[in-house]
Design a binder for this molecule. Structure first.
Ligand code: GLY
Length: 355
């Protein structure tokens, strides 16, 4: 079924990043870092300030939970990261809606918020859901009321820069929305903004092992840009965008949340580490699972591979870290306590090359 062609603005956001084509490629060599028994932090490519802040806290004796939340708060507060917190890209109505989850290994508790408006640190509210309620997930108006009950102040999260990008999108809207007409699994030209993945699916995840060997994690995001109001991605869903098992390891994700929601990726990665896989192998396994289960033609490239990206990050109980993405070009950040954090390339299933 044909839909209206994309117009110029969105047309610049081509398949797999514009001007790129996919070639089969083995994963790049293993690039794990180990903490040598001490604290370690891993985060997504946008997480250098987060891993450095988290490591400062860990070195001073903070728990893994305090450290990862302090780490991502730096990025949530940063208006220049338009995928997280303040300045995050808004939904289709121009309103910023944030998702976040936290998980604490030692007590195996979790807390999350989804579609939270007007509060710039959803990770802090997620922590309060974990610590001050008998629930795991609060959404929308209820999450906002809960945050205000605990003293959070409402503020406008839309910056001029993110508002201007939203206006540009709105002025060029065509097939670039998430409402799909009736279609079959064979239809291709449907919902064709998948490839705009870096701009629309950015998120931060941060995982840490502390001095006691305890693990915690957080994932926080403004979610898919221009989403249907109320859309919730994988970030606040325990087992999809974040999972921690204090005996085994922790995993988090960035990228197309819908793929994680239908594959429960984070819990799969932690379970795979529990069966002895390295963090990187486990992350690659989750990528393979998504690739094998992406059945709809509209979600595939010409060779039947996912026409979107998802990146995973993991740390195991020994403090080894790893990351992998479906497509090459993804990055992760790590701080193992030996100087400033580093940015490393994630392993991948498929390599993208310039046409
Ligand atoms: N992974 C972020 C999202 O899909 O919302």
């Amino acid at each position: 079924m044909a839909r209206m062609k994309r117009r110029t603005f969105v047309g610049t956001l081509g398949l797999l990043g514009g001007g790129l084509m996919a070639v089969p490629g083995a994963a790049v060599p293993l690039r794990a870092a180990a903490s040598g028994g001490g604290p370690v932090v891993i985060s997504s490519g946008n997480g250098l300030p987060a891993v450095n802040t988290a490591m400062e806290r860990l070195t001073a004796g903070a728990s893994s939970l305090d450290a990862v939340i302090a780490g991502v708060n730096v990025v949530e507060d940063d208006p220049n990261d338009m995928t997280v917190g303040y300045g995050g890209l808004p939904n289709a109505d121009g309103i910023v809606e944030l998702d976040a989850s936290v998980m604490h290994g030692p007590t195996h508790r979790a807390g999350a918020v989804a579609a939270l408006r007007n509060i710039k640190n959803p990770s802090k509210v997620a922590r309060l859901v974990m610590e001050r309620t008998d629930h795991v997930l609060l959404v929308g108006e209820g999450a906002l009321r809960f945050a205000k009950m605990h003293g959070f102040k409402e503020e406008e999260l839309l910056t001029d820069a993110s508002r201007e990008m939203w206006v540009k999108w709105k002025e060029n809207i065509s097939t670039q929305d998430d409402y799909l007409p009736p279609h079959s699994p064979e239809d291709r030209d449907i919902g064709s903004r998948l490839s705009d993945v870096m701009q629309t699916y950015g998120t931060i995840t941060c995982l840490a092992k502390d001095r006691n060997g305890d693990l915690s994690g957080v994932t926080t995001t403004s979610g898919l840009a221009w989403k249907i109001p109320g859309r919730v991605g994988d970030s606040p869903i325990i087992g999809a965008g974040l999972y921690v098992d204090n005996q085994t390891g922790a995993a988090g994700s960035t990228g197309r949340g819908e793929a994680n929601l239908t594959n429960c990726s984070a819990v799969l990665i932690v379970d795979a580490m529990g069966r002895g896989q390295s963090p990187e192998e486990a992350c690659l396994g989750a990528c393979r699972r998504i690739a094998e289960r992406t059945k709809m033609k509209r979600l595939q490239d010409a060779d039947g591979r996912p026409a979107f990206n998802v990146t995973f990050y993991a740390v195991n109980k020994r403090g080894e870290v790893g990351s992998a993405a479906i497509w090459s070009g993804a990055w992760f950040t790590v701080n193992d306590g030996n100087g400033p954090g580093r940015r490393l390339e994630s392993a991948y299933l498929y390599r993208r090359v310039q046409k």
